[in-house]
Design a protein around this ligand. Sequence first.
Ligand code: HEM
Length: 162
Amino acid sequence: MAACTLFFTVGCGPMTGTDAGVDAGPQTMFAKYGAAGFTAVNNKIIEKALAAPTASVGTSFQGLTDAQKMTLSNNLAAFLIQAYGGPANYTGKTMTAAHTGLNITEAQYDYFISDVVVPALSESGVTMADITTGFAPAVTEKKAGSVKCATVQSGTKPTGCP
Ligand code: HEM
């Protein structure tokens, strides 16, 4: 259990090279919405992220090649499934590594959650109660090792992040 002690801030997930967010969400969400539900949500997140105004979300998505978009889509799906209680198959980068150099600000991050992720969830049939109490906490919490703290690397550090 040494790994669990070492990685206590993100839970006792398998050692897949992730350092933030994986296994952080309520483990009941995957059982409730299933692989098809998560795939639908993921596809909508990608679609909305790529269509989001650069003034709000920045230019990082526009800089991706088609191959990079495909990798992002596959890795994000695996990440979300693992984070919310599905099979632990995520083999992508850590959240810190994945977002290094993208200069994501807290405002861009918050826009991504409120205008990309939340609509993607609700349009896919996830209840507002599950969005608020099930999905949101893992991506809005601000503490060492959280998804938000790892992803926001530009501008003022969010209050609560190390
Ligand atoms: C809930 C918050 C977020 C989660 C869970 C998340 C998750 C991920 C994951 C799993 C990857 C793939 C890593 C890999 O391929 O190894 C990734 C890559 C990426 N993310 Fe995020 N992300 C989040 C927020 C954001 C935000 C707010 C932005 C931009 C405003 C962003 C932009 C990107 C881009 C452009 C890539 C591709 C990087 C590359 O291929 O070089 N992400 N993210």
